[in-house]
Design a protein around this ligand. Structure first.
Ligand SMILES: *Cc1c(COP(=O)(O)O)cnc(C)c1O
Length: 357
């Protein structure tokens, strides 16, 4: 056992190994910093199912006031906040309109059908984004043969769109169409902070136009666990019951909420650095013959095609030999995601590795 010769414990050894690895597979791989851990260890906690966890209560009201929305609820995952929102906004047999690359459609294990008994109308949008015309076209007429169109779900940034961002004016147009047609509007804002920073937008802009917003604390913000769902008071009240049904009512989860509070206070402005890193990596890749199309890099996600000497898988394996982890998301596409555990030094090394390939 290698670690026994040089390290006090297996933990210390695996920490050392982790520090050596540049993990660009996702921004979900971040580990809590010592300061975040300190905030977690010293959190005041109570039973949140009884509404008595002071840290969760603080996080929920902090988020609600950031977005100038009425209320918020803390949940274990972004999948859960999305699924709760869809459940609260629909009846079985309804149709949900979203881009065909949406997380709610392709990465939530069929949850829309399973949890809400709804079907999806998947739209081929532009890099994961819909236009107001897309939405208008997708609405079913009042016809007893047709499913009732109830909800539009947008994603910003769009993960499979390579971290693409909406123009806020388009969102306003979509909102208008929804109002005219009695549709509710949900935002999967797992990476909304990245969009806000990239576009110079503010949370209240979004709070004003969406019926519900889901945001993740465990992506670019670097918390280990947790997402928030925001909306009107009665919607969040309903969401509390659905969260219980889904098994997401937690007890002394204030330890987790404390990480979220720390993340909201400290880790938003630095997202700019992640965006810069992603652009630097793209600039190095673009010079290589074996790299095909690179999706425009708007935030912290890079999706690019491999050709000639590499398949996505063989490129992933080649980088892994230098301790750099990426992920093949299709036979020809690789994804890299920058985040707060990716240092400028790591990016420098990666650029040199790419240059040498
Ligand atoms: C990560 C992610 C979610 C939620 O994922 P969880 O792992 O369940 O927290 C939702 N939407 C998008 C776009 C995501 O990238």
């Amino acid at each position: 056992m290698l670690w026994k010769n040089n390290y006090a414990s297996k933990n210390q050894f695996s920490n050392y190994i982790c520090a050596m690895i540049t993990d660009l597979r996702s921004d979900t791989f971040t580990k809590p910093s010592p300061q975040m851990l300190e905030a977690m260890f010293t959190a005041a906690v109570g039973d949140d199912v009884f509404g008595e966890d002071p840290s969760i209560n603080e996080l929920e009201s902090m988020a609600a006031s950031l977005f100038q929305m009425e209320a918020a609820i803390f949940c274990p995952s972004g999948t859960m906040t999305n699924q709760i929102a869809i459940k609260c906004h629909t009846q079985p047999g309804d149709e949900v309109v979203c881009d065909k690359l949406s997380h709610v459609y392709i990465y939530e294990a069929g949850g829309i059908a399973f949890n809400s008994g709804c079907q999806v109308k998947p739209i081929a949008g532009d890099r994961g984004r819909l236009t107001a015309d897309d939405v208008l076209e997708a609405i079913n007429p009042h016809d007893i043969h047709k499913a009732h169109t109830a909800l539009v779900s947008l994603e910003n940034t769009a993960n499979r769109g390579g971290g693409s961002c909406y123009e806020f004016t388009e969102i306003l147009e979509i909102r208008e169409r929804c109002l005219q047609n009695n549709l509710l509007l949900h935002l999967d804002g797992a990476r909304l902070w990245n969009a806000l920073v990239a576009k110079g937008e503010t949370p209240p802009q979004y709070g004003e136009v969406f019926d519900s917003i889901s945001i993740c604390l465990s992506k670019g913000l670097g918390a280990p666990v947790g997402s928030l769902l925001l909306g009107k008071k009665d919607f969040i009240q309903k969401a509390r019951r659905v969260r219980k049904v889904f098994g997401g009512g937690m007890r002394q989860a204030g330890y987790l909420a404390a990480a979220g509070i720390y993340a909201l206070k400290n880790n938003i402005n630095r997202l700019e650095e992640d965006h810069l890193h992603a652009k630097q990596i793209a600039e190095a890749l673009i010079k290589k013959d074996f790299v095909g199309k690179i999706m425009p890099v708007e935030t912290n996600i890079l999706i690019f095609e491999l050709k000639e000497s590499f398949t996505a898988k063989s490129f992933e394996e080649e980088l892994a030999r230098s301790g750099i982890l990426s992920i093949a998301i299709s036979p020809s596409q690789v994804r890299m995601v920058t985040h707060l555990d990716i240092t400028p030094e790591m990016v420098k090394t990666l650029l040199a590795v790419i240059k040498a390939l």
